[in-house]
Design a protein around this ligand. Structure first.
Ligand SMILES: Nc1ncnc2c1ncn2[C@@H]1O[C@H](COP(=O)(O)OP(=O)(O)O)[C@@H](O)[C@H]1O
Ligand SMILES: [Mg+2]
Length: 267
């Protein structure tokens, strides 16, 4: 199963991606977590140990490897291979984390407007395609705020798009855009998840605001001070307090997704 996580900055994408990855892994699934956000902080939520973390080099920063892979022999500057060979990259550069899970840090995709980083982008796009289409693990991708960098071909391999929102209009607006784009890309299972919910009234307001959307509210996660405390200590909230309200709520989400996985693949 290939799960993509998106939403506005700060809504809890990395939290949901990291904790779901830990739960799948603890349950015995082979898990490959992918950090495709330029903040690159998924390793904290996963609880990767310090030594391993220090050794991680994001794929995006492997200049010579990228150059080598995207080089077109005999071509002049500015010409590069947009379909480089990447299938060995995940196994070569992934690192191990708790419960046997694996992490591959890609780094974010730069917007072309910020100066063309074409070879890097081409490599990461091809890599995402490879991860979604060719891998047999549970692949969980922590995306950048938007999903504009996904092409139709790449998105086809995504089984589940989890769109995370806070109780705020801005975050709902972006969620709506992501849902529309996801639909256009042909993604079928799109789920809206509210995070940092303080009380029932917030849930009611969200439900009212989205009543005309095709995608209902699939799950909501409460605001949980222990998640913030874990964050401040640089620890995984899953290790800090596995029984905190927020983590138990993500556990409930996990159980729903596991059931869905069975319906989609195992029956
Ligand atoms: N349910 C929650 N309760 C309390 N704090 C939360 C919750 N979800 C996320 N946070 C905090 O909000 C901040 C942003 O979360 P993060 O997962 O990094 O968001 P994103 O990846 O979308 O930018 C972090 O400091 C995190 O600890
Ligand atoms: Mg993040």
């Amino acid at each position: 199963m290939k799960i993509a996580i998106s939403g506005k900055g700060g809504v809890g994408k990395t939290l949901v991606a990291g904790i779901l990855a830990r739960m799948f892994a603890r349950d015995g699934f082979k898990v490959l977590a992918i950090d495709n956000d330029s903040a690159m902080n998924l390793s904290y939520t996963l609880g990767i140990d310090e030594n391993t973390k220090d050794k991680i080099v994001p794929i995006k920063e492997m200049k010579s490897m990228i150059q080598e892979r995207t080089l077109v022999k005999g071509a002049g500057p500015g010409v590069y291979n947009i379909n480089p060979s990447v299938s060995d990259i995940p196994d070569r550069y992934k690192v191990s984390g708790p419960d046997g899970l694996q992490l591959l840090v890609l780094g974010g995709i730069e917007e072309p407007a910020t100066g063309c980083l074409c070879p890097e982008n081409a490599l990461i796009r091809t890599l995402l395609y490879n991860l979604f289409i060719k891998r047999d693990e549970v692949v969980i991708v922590d995306f950048e705020a938007g999903i504009e960098h996904l092409g139709r071909g790449t998105a086809k391999g995504i089984d589940l798009m989890l769109v995370i929102t806070e109780p705020s209009q801005k975050s709902l607006d972006l969620s709506n855009k992501i849902i529309e784009l996801s639909k256009k890309l042909g993604i079928i299972n799109i789920f809206l998840i509210a995070n940092k919910i303080i009380d029932e009234s917030q849930k009611e307001i969200i439900n009212k605001k989205i009543q005309n959307w095709e995608v209902p509210l699939y799950h909501s996660i409460p605001f949980d001070p222990d998640i913030g405390k874990a964050d401040l200590e640089g620890r995984s909230p899953f290790d800090y307090n596995p029984n905190s309200e927020g983590i138990l709520s993500i556990k409930f989400l996990y159980e729903k997704l596991k059931k869905l996985k069975q319906e989609l693949f195992d029956l």
